[in-house]
Design a binder for this molecule. Structure first.
Ligand SMILES: Nc1ncnc2c1ncn2[C@@H]1O[C@H](COP(=O)(O)OP(=O)(O)OP(=O)(O)O)[C@@H](O)[C@H]1O
Ligand SMILES: [Mg+2]
Length: 463
């Protein structure tokens, strides 16, 4: 066994003969031991060396051994203490055990007794060591993950600077729920991670859940956990997201798609900070912060009776809205430069110059996919670019998608105009229902209903 793996024992007793004898015994066994004959000498050793076990005589002259035990407990909580007491002094033993001593020995004792006591304590010490190492490793993992998270939130526009400031405010209030809204690809998840990793919750879990990606039947057990045997397939007890996120952050992505039936339960868990596993009766306390995100207008969802108003109010204590890229064009150039650098180094390409003509073309573009679209375009352009100047030819920019539908009233029939508007919106959005609905300012379900009503079909060739 290597010296650093050996258990290190400090023997604190005023009888020099006793400490010498015991030390000799330990050093012949697989332990390392150090002797101290006064409390002061003992404390000095504990301050400077890593001690696993202290063998403490509680009958030291002039001091109360129990006071030393208390001091060791508070100053060196990782040291386990075995006390040595006189035969018949049961009162002190009980007091010492209550103060947290691990074991006791009565003088005079046999070597066998001391060996057994050390072995028991050693097992405990090793378990604690392993636990500490696992915890350290886990915190290293979260730390290295945290460092890997893309915390470069690029942007110079006043809108994005404000978003960033709001995120830092949210980080400083780690118990307040935050709702992040914005179109797809504007950086909602990015901001959620920035809030978590800048907050006091950063050393705990950040768990991102997209409830629309989980089947409705499994959702409840995924969120709340379950007890073994509570339903077919529940083969063991399982923690849900709320429990996993204890002290951390639960990121609920696409919150608008949360099934209505589950919303009341989510609301209760969020208000009371206690949950009950499916099939269980006991309550479990858990402390989490919810950051939720959506690219829908939650109020519309509330009006459509698909989202609970009370849950919406619970979730949006702080509301951060990330404007689309086309409304903050100042950010295009720094983002492009950032992504170009990122991908030239990733693909080991020479440094690349960004042409004025490319920037002009990008300023005119609408970016329906926002920053994600710019990132993907840049990645593709860097891969395909032959020279060392990026031009608009390297970017596949589609004609801008319609921001507004031009209204041309042909007759005064409401029905005819509605049909015509829907057809125009569909055509301009290249038959993308979501885009057409956005352009018309109605929900995609409402558009689908109207298309059904008026028999407006999208043929495969049009799609
Ligand atoms: N300001 C920014 N700086 C750097 N990268 C950004 C920024 N905003 C977004 N990105 C990048 O754009 C991509 C999309 O961002 P993210 O996934 O956070 O968007 P989202 O709003 O959650 O989209 P969706 O609604 O589709 O889920 C990611 O690769 C992200 O790193
Ligand atoms: Mg997202």
């Amino acid at each position: 066994m290597k010296a650093e793996d050996k258990i290190k024992i400090l023997i604190l007793d005023d009888e020099k003969q006793f400490t010498e004898e015991l030390s000799g015994f330990f050093n012949d066994s697989d332990y390392q031991s150090i002797e101290a004959n006064t409390p002061a000498a003992g404390m000095k050793i504990m301050e400077s060396e890593h001690i696993d076990i202290l063998i403490l005589d509680v009958r030291l002259p002039g001091v109360n051994g129990l006071d030393i035990l208390k001091e060791v407990n508070t100053r060196f909580p990782n040291i386990e203490v075995i006390i040595v007491s006189a035969h018949g002094d049961m009162d002190t033993v009980i007091k010492a055990m209550r103060l947290g001593a691990f074991d006791y020995l009565r003088k005079p004792f046999r070597y066998l007794d001391i060996r057994l006591a050390i072995e028991r304590t050693q097992k405990f010490v090793q378990l604690k060591k392993q636990l500490r190492q696992t915890e350290e490793r886990a915190s290293l993992i979260t730390k290295s993950l945290g460092e890997k998270i893309d915390r470069h939130f690029i942007g110079i526009s006043p809108q994005i600077v404000e978003v960033f400031e709001q995120a830092l405010t949210a980080a400083n209030y780690p118990d307040v729920n935050v709702l992040i809204t914005g179109e797809s690809g504007t950086g909602k998840e990015n901001i959620a991670r920035i809030i978590h990793y800048s907050s006091p919750r950063k050393d705990h879990v950040f768990c991102a859940v997209n409830s629309s990606a989980i089947t409705e039947t499994l959702l409840e057990s995924e969120f709340f956990g379950h007890k073994k045997g509570s339903f077919t397939g529940a083969i063991s007890d399982k923690m849900g997201f709320f429990e996993v996120c204890n002290n951390g952050t639960l990121f609920l992505d696409e919150i608008a798609d949360m099934p209505f039936a589950l919303q009341a339960k989510i609301l209760r868990a969020t208000e009371e900070k206690v949950i009950t596993r499916v099939g269980d009766t006991g309550v479990i306390k858990t402390d989490f912060r919810i950051i939720s995100a959506t690219n829908h207008n939650l109020l519309n969802r509330v009006e459509e009776k698909k989202f609970r108003l009370d849950l919406m109010h619970r979730l949006n204590t702080l509301h951060i809205h990330i404007p689309p890229l086309r409304e903050r064009k100042d950010d295009i150039q720094p983002l492009l430069a950032h992504f170009a650098n990122l991908f030239t180094s990733k693909y080991k390409k020479p440094n690349i110059e960004i042409s004025r003509e490319l920037l002009d073309a990008l300023y005119k573009y609408d970016f329906p996919g926002n920053v994600r679209e710019l990132r993907n375009m840049t990645e593709r352009a860097i891969i395909l670019c032959k020279g060392n100047v990026l031009g608009s030819g390297d970017f596949m920019i589609h004609p801008s998608h319609p921001a507004k539908v031009a209204v041309r009233v042909e007759s005064i029939s409401l029905k005819k105009n509605e049909i015509s508007l829907i057809q125009q919106a569909l055509k301009l959005s290249r038959y993308n229902i979501q885009e057409a609905a956005d352009a018309l300012g109605i929900h995609r379900d409402a558009l689908s209903r109207k298309m059904k009503k008026y028999d407006i079909l999208i043929s495969k060739s049009e799609e």
